[in-house]
Design a protein. Structure first.
Length: 307
């Protein structure tokens, strides 16, 4: 049960799946949601550009310990890319740096090109990104007119689908299912270059982040209305249980005595364990954290939560 701490805020645990509004940074969204919930501790699970909308999981309390699993999860996006125009940020918020005709581009040509970007590819991160160079975020260097060499990084595009093509508007609508670390802006730019006209992201919406999708989303406006009408009690039902974020991991339920040893940091032997990998750990019915299977067949604690 949530407990109120006057000085620091409420001690609450769980994950809110925010439908991020356009024009706000992920950190601004985090701070606003944290204030709405009057929470002591909260963190988001990877930035979305201000231009982007959609699924932004925000972790409260003990759930912040699981944020890395969401950062490392696959993502799904829907984007409209504008052909024939490049910008310095690779999206619609940037300054136009190049314009070329896209009159020669057809839906068939886009379809052929995106096939080449499906699977394991390498991307060079954009200068306008939160990656750091010698302690400085790249976007700060970019705003100062500086550019540094960035190494290409491997990412995986599991699926890239052409949803629509408008020759008159010179736009293509795409759905992207990809691994962590994928930059949709870079993907749009690279597709535009292969098409011979350049491109940038016009709109971007995240449809899924790991286990969470649009179906679990709530808007900032709805949260504000709910709180005004029903107080904090109207907000808390929107919190997803922490273990929802790792439902793809095998479940291991421990007897009370065995769980006590594991909570003290000891590896334990339990029947019917998987052969290897990470698992969800439960003290009978209560989720207590993430474990890892050792070579000798025991399970050891990897990330435990306060209970």
């Amino acid at each position: 049960m949530a407990q109120y701490r006057k000085a620091k805020g409420r001690d609450i645990d769980g994950i809110l799946v925010l439908d991020k509004p356009i024009g706000m940074s992920s950190n601004a969204c985090l701070q606003q949601v944290k204030r709405l919930f009057e929470a002591e501790k909260a963190g988001h699970t990877g930035s979305l550009d201000p231009l982007a909308t959609g699924v932004l999981p925000i972790c409260f309390g003990e759930a912040t310990k699981i944020s890395q699993f969401l950062l490392d999860s696959d993502k799904r996006y829907r984007t409209t890319i504008k052909l024939g125009v490049r910008t310095d940020t690779a999206d619609a918020e940037g300054r136009v740096i190049d314009e070329r005709s896209a009159a020669h581009v057809t839906a068939a040509a886009v379809q052929e090109v995106i096939l080449a970007f499906t699977g394991d590819i390498e991307q060079t991160p954009p200068m306008y990104s939160a990656l750091k160079h010698q302690g400085q975020p790249l976007y700060k260097l970019a705003r100062a007119g500086k550019e540094v060499v960035r190494d290409a990084r491997p990412v995986t595009i599991h699926a890239l689908t052409l949803l629509g093509f408008d020759a008159a508007a010179a736009t293509a609508d795409l759905e992207i299912f990809c691994s962590k670390g994928t930059y949709v802006r870079t993907l749009a730019e690279d597709i535009g270059e292969v098409l011979g006209c350049g491109a940038h992201v016009q709109t971007l919406r995240r449809l899924q982040a790991g286990a969470f999708g649009e179906a679990q989303c709530v808007t900032m406006a709805t949260l504000a209305q709910l709180k005004e009408a029903g107080g904090l009690a109207a907000l808390d039902p929107w919190l997803q249980a922490t273990d929802c974020a790792v439902q793809d991991l095998p479940e291991v339920r421990l007897p009370e005595e065995t769980a006590a040893y594991l909570k003290q940091g000891q590896a334990v032997l339990v029947r019917h364990l998987p052969a290897s990998g990470l698992v969800r750990l439960y003290d009978r019915e209560e989720f207590i954290g993430i474990g890892t299977i050792l070579e000798d067949g025991r399970v050891a604690p990897k990330r435990l939560f306060a209970t």
